[in-house]
Design a protein around this ligand. Structure first.
Ligand code: MN
Length: 728
């Protein structure tokens, strides 16, 4: 099918969906403008399914229209692939659709480049980059999840190995992420689709079982609805009763937990009907939630240990509900019941999207105070990393903190502390305060002494016993769960070591220079300057580094002798002038031997890249990159295609744009890496971006070809805190 043929239908689908949600005409027009742009950009692209590419962004947009998201997020969906797959730039989007839309698309484009199935180190870095992109604008995650949903819905068109890779990444990262942001429906659909591709046998088995019990199930639900409605009516509680079919993945998990082998051929799998359904009671307010619960528990026998109060203790994705399991008297089977208000239901279904809802006539979304509250955990996780050097460690901790299951623990004052499942009193202590963690010696849970590695249960009330002379124990690292506690314990030990190293460092220093001289140097302004230059905060840190063997004294001595302290600028000058090749020297393109040609300054092509020559009178041939703007402007007859491979080793200037987290030292890391590679730095400039926490580093370097540049870019990208490396 051609794009032109489906266009009217796609416009109709979008407009219809928007009108159904009562969106204003200016909004509809704005969104259709984004559609038209995406349509033109993707015009000749086709999906693996054979459908015109534009069907994909439209499907993604429809998901967020359903969720009632604001117009920026919906435009973000329509445009989410234009930067990656077409020649459109962030600046184009900024000009046409505003900064917000452009930044959402930019964020999604960056997420798309992350690979969560690579080595552990790379994963760790990627995970952090993902959190950073989301923290910038949470709508990025909405668009990304909707994108992933449609990709999963159309996964059967891909090669089997790709299906496996994408499905396993989805179940590990994106379904838990949907859960973390409370996007229940997206999470369930993602999980079911993953099951289908990862465990096809179990999937079809469950599907058949659910189907075979459909009539039975519907009859049961009907019966339950009538009975429960009657009981609640008698007690003056107005409620809507819904039957709730469980999604396949939750049935799968339940069967696995029971030890059923879904892959065995001979075992006949039987699923009790009540494992396939539940009942949901919707009431108008919190008071009625508890009233309804009381009535249900009076009428049916509750199963002990199954009641959960997420109304008083909301999950960290703000989910609220009462959960209970009761025994159905007429066949003595357990039935799961959820009770919640309509408002809680909205949050339970739409999660964070509920906060980005379309709010007023102009379509301006209002900042929602709850949204700030909800994202506090995310901002905190992102900020933590600035203190943590080991990305791998951060990853395992944070992945669990973000994507894992949670327990809700009470302080003696009744405050709720949310922790990952299997957390211990130590995790709890560090969550309250570092000092309480550092001096923790024991814990009382529900008024009983417990061991320090006790696994906390939902609703436990925990009191920590401290001793002011106590200190953390390294063996705690074996059983504690939270990243925060692990980090704090290690810092405590690092600090202890540092004091020891400090003393040792001073000793070594004195031995090296002699007592009198050492004392003089230690007080000198010069040594402080050297310390700063070597990136130590003060002399103490420098001495600790000497004590731990990280810093050589000889290096310091040499620097003291040279006396002339170079400023950072001097250093940069040194980088710049080292090995600089003669300017204006002709490039070496075998194909053009004997002809007059020059390398274009606008795009600085290098050997190995696809290049095009433009011919101009008197100036000969100018060599551009094929994607250079100036080539597109040139007339066809003035253009020649050239195959440029490297004959001899020489270098060519190339420019990179590197986006980094704005932290002290990252620029130095990058420049040092380039210098260590023996590559000449011709120029560089750092632009800070006042509204974000990132900075843009523009650097011009000499490389000997595309492969060389590619390898270097990869190395730079691997530096933690580098978000993106691009040829400019
Ligand atoms: Mn996409």
């Amino acid at each position: 099918m051609l794009a032109e043929e489906v266009k009217p239908q796609l416009i109709e689908e979008l407009t219809h969906a928007l009108h159904k949600k009562k969106r204003s005409q200016p909004e509809v027009d704005f969104i259709l403008k984004a559609f038209e742009f995406a349509y033109q950009k993707h015009l000749n692209q086709v999906r693996r399914s054979g459908d015109p590419y534009i069907t994909h962004p439209v499907a993604v947009a429809k998901t967020l229209i359903e969720l009632n998201c604001d117009k920026e997020a919906i435009c973000g969906c329509l445009l989410h692939d234009v930067i990656e797959d077409t020649r459109a730039s962030v600046d184009d989007l900024k000009e046409l659709f505003g900064t917000t839309v452009a930044e959402i698309v930019d964020g999604v484009t960056k997420l798309n480049k992350l690979n969560f199935k690579s080595t552990e180190d790379a994963q760790a870095n990627n995970f952090r980059k993902m959190l950073l992109a989301i923290a910038k604008d949470v709508r990025v995650v909405l668009v990304k999840l909707a994108d992933r949903l449609h990709n999963m819905q159309t996964l059967h068109f891909l090669r089997p190995d790709k299906q496996q890779r994408i499905a396993s990444e989805t179940i590990d990262v994106f379904a838990p992420l949907a859960n973390r942001f409370g996007l229940r429906n997206i999470q369930m659909e993602l999980e079911d689709l993953c099951l289908k591709f990862l465990h096809p046998k179990a999937y079809s088995l469950i599907k058949d079982l659910v189907k075979s019990k459909k009539l039975d199930r519907e009859a049961q639900i009907q019966k339950l609805k009538v009975v429960i409605k009657q009981i609640l009516d008698n007690n003056g509680i107005e409620a809507d009763i819904q039957g709730r079919a469980k999604h396949f993945y939750s049935i799968y998990i339940k069967l696995c937990q029971k030890g059923t082998d879904l892959n065995s051929n001979d075992e006949v799998v039987e699923i009790p009907i009540y494992d396939l359904l539940g009942i949901r009671i919707l009431v108008s307010n919190v008071k009625d939630c508890y009233a309804a619960l009381g009535v249900i528990h009076e009428t049916f026998r509750p199963m002990p240990g199954r009641f959960k109060d997420y109304v008083a203790l909301p999950k960290s994705n703000l989910y609220q509900s009462l959960h209970t399991t009761v025994i159905i008297p007429w066949d003595q089977k357990p039935l799961e019941v959820q009770i919640r208000s309509y408002q809680m239901h909205d949050v339970a279904e739409n999660g964070i999207a509920a906060h980005w809802n379309y709010k007023d006539e102009e379509g301006v979304s209002q900042a929602n105070p709850k949204e700030a509250e909800e994202l506090k955990w995310l901002k905190q996780l992102v900020s933590w990393h600035t203190d943590v050097s080991e990305a791998k460690e951060y990853f395992s901790g944070v992945k669990n903190d973000v994507l894992g299951q949670e327990v809700y623990i009470l302080t003696p004052k009744g405050d709720v502390i949310v922790l990952p499942v299997d957390s211990t009193p130590i995790d709890f202590a560090y969550k309250i305060h570092t000092r309480i963690g550092d001096t923790c010696t024991g814990a009382i849970v529900n008024e009983k002494m417990v061991s320090i590695n006790y696994k906390l249960q939902n609703g436990d009330m925990v009191e920590i016993i401290t001793n002011k002379n106590g200190h953390p124990n390294l063996s705690w690292l074996n059983f504690i769960k939270t990243h925060q506690a692990k980090y704090r314990i290690k810092s405590w030990y690092k600090k202890q070591n540092k004091d020891r190293h400090n003393t040792l460092g001073e000793q070594l220093f004195t031995e090296h220079f002699g007592k009198a001289e050492a004392e003089k140097i230690l007080k000198s302004e010069e040594l402080l300057k050297i310390a700063h230059k070597l990136n130590y905060k003060n002399i103490e840190d420098l001495l600790s580094a000497i004590g731990s063997g990280d810093q050589s004294i000889t290096q310091i001595e040499t620097k003291l002798q040279s006396k002339k302290l170079e400023t950072v600028d001097h250093q940069i000058e040194k980088f710049k002038t080292r090995k600089a090749p003669a300017q204006g020297e002709g490039a070496d393109i075998p194909e053009l031997d004997g002809l007059l040609y020059t390398i274009a300054k606008c795009c600085m092509p290098i050997p190995g890249e696809t290049v095009i020559g433009t011919i101009s009178k008197g100036k000969g041939i100018t060599i551009h990159r094929a994607d250079c703007y100036n080539v597109k402007q040139a007339e066809q007859e003035r253009v020649m295609h050239i195959n440029w491979t490297n004959r001899e080793v020489r270098t060519y200037p190339a420019r990179l744009n590197i986006e980094v987290v704005d932290r002290i030292g990252v620029v130095k890391d990058i420049l040092t890496l380039i210098a260590d590679e023996g590559i000449n730095i011709k120029d560089f400039k750092v632009t800070e971006r006042p509204t974000t926490t990132t900075a843009l580093l523009k650097v011009t370097i000499d490389v000997n070809g595309q492969e060389h540049l590619r390898k270097l870019s990869q190395k730079i990208y691997n530096i933690s805190d580098v978000l993106q490396v691009e040829r400019s």
